[in-house]
Design a protein around this ligand. Structure first.
Ligand code: ATP
Ligand code: MG
Length: 512
């Protein structure tokens, strides 16, 4: 009997006794803020933890103690201190956490969402981290699928909402998992699973390594991210040089997140960027595209692009943008476009990535178009050649997805049609599915000084006019009637009027 009591006491001690061992790279400089946070906190309470084991057998005590141990390297921040309002979580986020916890797994909201909630921002999406493997997550949620190669993840679907669930990552130096590191130190594949402690070390910034359990309302903080957020600092976890070598995209993330969140990049996190910028050349173009898209659609594109330029990170990303930004007219156009995108995003509207990339590359497109015409190509074939060339050169560094390039070409291809304000053509343009994007693009060209303002104003008035008013606005049709001449020649022939060969602009947009 006595023996049993001792055993139970030992077990309880193991479970509930706070441990002092911090992760190796916890900075002593933060000890003060750590203590302060703990003194603000209420005593540890496990009462909010969900009942374990409805779908899966309840965890044995040993598993429970393992779970408790996993938290031991973390600072626990209680609701009284962090004040996160859990009703701000999406219903999908709640359901995912509940489902996993009821099945006996650990599950936390992690990454950008916790950071944003602490900064009083509404998260744009919610990511969940768990100790369940992708297959186990997949079994818990009927509507879910395993995705990814570099990182295997599970997408759990709730109506329109998708929650991304990742299994705690272990060290990529382990040999028993599926991981691959290039000679440069860049991580190519990363599917080694580990503990929450290891997972936290693998994240990029301290502010991104916070784990929020909405059931207990506790935030687990392994790297003093809470204190860094309070101090407005973006700090890399671990040695910044090593972390950038593992994944150069982290340099772009530093710039983007600091611009978006108003956090200052901490000195040692900032220092290596200038000399390591070239490593971005090794990153696959499709990954760069995804990251740049996030940057441009962050609502802080102007600050982000300015910061990229200051830090010399823009070279090689958008090679053509370098050139464009060096010409006053090009710079003005791009900056107007970015401002326009920021305004839309910040006022809750959507921004079309195709439109944005069309603006970023427009002046380069214009230059190539002129070159092809100077070489003797007709206007419209020259335009098509220029579009193809500009996108192909861009794709070597940053591959714009095909679904966007098709629309970019449409927007560009519509531009010559806005210069025709006679006959039936303006009526046809108004009904074009991409008219609105083409028109917005035209207005930017006018505002930047590339075209007279009068052209944009004419189109605004034309679109708003009704019935006969429109016809009265048309200009005299002085264009030679090439079409009729050619069709007479082709009587009985195949009748090709393809935009690639004809010099008549009405076919430009049928080319996709
Ligand atoms: P955003 O609000 O723009 O989505 P985010 O930090 O949530 O910012 P995500 O790309 O959604 O960015 O990534 C989610 C989390 O995954 C991050 O908060 C971070 O913890 C981790 N993460 C993302 N990219 C990296 C990376 N390159 N290296 C290490 N950790 C990363
Ligand atoms: Mg995110």
């Amino acid at each position: 009997m006595l023996y049993n009591l001792a055993m139970i006491k030992k077990l309880l001690d193991r479970i509930f006794k706070p441990k002092n061992n911090k992760p190796d790279n916890t900075r002593s400089a933060n000890a003060e803020s750590t203590q302060q946070l703990q003194s603000n906190s209420k005593p540890n309470s496990q009462s909010n933890r969900p009942v374990l084991g409805t779908k899966k057998p309840a965890r044995k005590n040993t598993e429970l103690s393992k779970h408790q141990a996993s938290k031991s390297g973390a600072l626990t921040i209680y609701h009284k201190t962090h004040q996160i309002d859990r009703t701000l979580l999406s219903s999908g986020a709640h359901k995912t956490i509940d489902g996993l916890q009821k099945a006996g797994f650990e599950a936390y909201i992690v990454g950008g969402a916790v950071r944003d909630l602490l900064l009083n921002r509404i998260p744009k999406d919610f990511d969940v981290a768990t100790d369940a493997t992708p297959e186990e997550v997949n079994r818990v949620f009927r509507r879910s699928r395993i995705i990814g190669r570099r990182f295997r993840l599970v997408h759990v679907l709730f109506g329109d909402e998708t929650i991304e669930v990742s299994t705690f990552r272990g060290s990529h130096l382990e040999t028993d998992g599926d991981s691959k590191v290039a000679d440069s130190g860049r991580i190519i594949r990363d599917n080694v699973f580990g503990s929450i402690l290891e997972d936290a070390v693998r994240r990029d910034f301290t502010a991104n390594a916070l784990y929020y359990d909405p059931s207990s309302q506790e935030v687990l903080d392994f790297h003093n991210g809470y204190a860094d957020i309070e101090a407005g600092v973006l700090r890399m976890i671990g040695k910044p040089e090593t972390r950038y070598a593992e994944d150069p995209v982290r340099m772009l993330r530093a710039v983007r997140l600091s611009a978006k969140l108003g956090l200052k990049i901490e000195a040692s996190t900032q220092a290596p960027i200038a000399k390591m910028a070239d490593l971005l050349q090794d990153v696959p173009p499709s990954r760069l595209f995804d990251e740049m898209l996030k940057l441009f659609l962050s609502g802080h594109a102007i600050e982000s692009v300015s910061a990229l330029r200051e830090q010399n990170l823009h070279h090689g990303l958008l090679p053509m943008l370098d050139v464009v930004l060096e010409q006053p007219m090009g710079e003005r156009f791009v900056m107007l476009a970015l401002q326009n995108t920021d305004d839309r995003i910040l006022s809750g509207k959507t921004a079309n990535p195709s439109f944005l990339f069309a603006t970023l590359l427009w002046h380069e497109m214009l230059a190539a178009w002129e070159t092809f015409q100077a070489e003797g190509h007709h206007t419209i074939p020259a335009l098509h050649m220029a579009m193809t060339e500009v996108i192909a050169i861009q794709a070597e560094k940053l591959a714009i997805h095909n679904r966007y390039t098709a629309t970019m070409k449409e927007i560009w291809g519509l531009q010559p049609r806005f210069e025709q304000r006679a006959g039936k053509r303006p009526f046809g343009l108004l009904t074009h599915p991409r008219y609105r994007a083409g028109y917005d693009f035209l207005l930017l060209r006018c505002e930047s000084g590339e075209l007279p303002m009068e052209v944009g104003e004419w189109w605004t008035a034309f679109a708003n006019a009704e019935g006969d008013e429109r016809a009265a606005m048309l200009q005299a049709d002085t264009a030679p009637k090439k079409r009729r001449k050619r069709s007479r020649k082709k009587v009985g022939g195949a009748g090709s009027t393809s935009g690639a060969t004809a010099s008549n602009t009405t076919s430009v947009n049928d080319s996709e």
